[in-house]
Design a protein around this ligand. Structure first.
Ligand SMILES: [Fe+2]
Ligand SMILES: [Fe+2]
Length: 217
């Protein structure tokens, strides 16, 4: 049987290769003005996503019977709540009205699906959200931080100091769940399929998100 660490590394590499060229939310080569508009668009969406992450973790906690994993989740819930407030506050400081935005259908569908997954096995849930999802979020935040540095340094700093370190911790919770629970070939396969399902769904949301941003909706 493969060493669990080797499996987790292998799955992380598979996820990373899925994402090559697929995080289409920001264009590194866009002129500064357009780049700033894309960053703002992502921040508005981010407020919603952070709030839904709070709801999601709260919904999942009672359905995670494995004590050593469950005890890590309230900390993540606190972090996501803090991220929601930090992003919302930043948008208000920029003269925006984050509470007035309507949720966009693609993100609403993604989080509705994730919340409904609460009764799936812990291995699958955490492979989806913490392992696949949060790892891609970390990459996405690294990109955002780099692309915001010249056009909006304060926002870049906020993501770098107040959000990114927590998101790395959340991805680590996903790795921990896999190390603990992906202990048979069948379970490894289920974890792999759960990652694939999550990545496909997130990619769909990214594409719709970018098309809307380009239309200026
Ligand atoms: Fe977050
Ligand atoms: Fe997170």
């Amino acid at each position: 049987m493969t060493d669990p660490r080797a499996f987790v590394r292998e799955l992380a590499a598979e996820n990373a290769s899925f994402w090559v060229g697929r995080d289409v939310r920001l264009a590194a080569d866009a002129p500064p003005e357009q780049r700033l508009a894309q960053i703002r668009y992502r921040m508005r969406q981010g407020v919603y996503n952070e709030l839904r992450s709070v709801e999601l973790i709260a919904a999942w906690i009672p359905h995670v019977p494995e004590r050593e994993i469950r005890e890590l989740l309230p900390g993540q819930l606190d972090d996501e709540h803090r991220h929601y407030h930090a992003l919302r506050r930043r948008l208000i400081d920029l003269g925006e009205a984050p509470d007035a935005y309507r949720p966009l259908a693609e993100w609403e569908a993604l989080f509705d699906w994730l919340v409904a997954c609460r009764t799936r096995p812990t291995l699958e849930k955490l492979a989806m959200f913490q392992f696949a999802g949060e790892t891609q979020s970390c990459d996405g935040f690294e990109t955002l931080i780099a692309l915001a540095r010249d056009v909006d340094p304060e926002t870049s700093e906020l993501y770098a100091k107040q959000i990114l370190p927590d998101e790395y911790r959340h991805a680590a919770i996903g790795r921990r769940a896999l190390l603990l629970l992906a202990d048979t070939p069948e379970r490894k396969q289920r974890a792999r399929e759960a990652c694939r399902e999550m990545n496909e769904r997130v990619f769909t949301a990214y594409r719709v998100h970018r098309a809307r941003a380009d239309r200026g909706e």
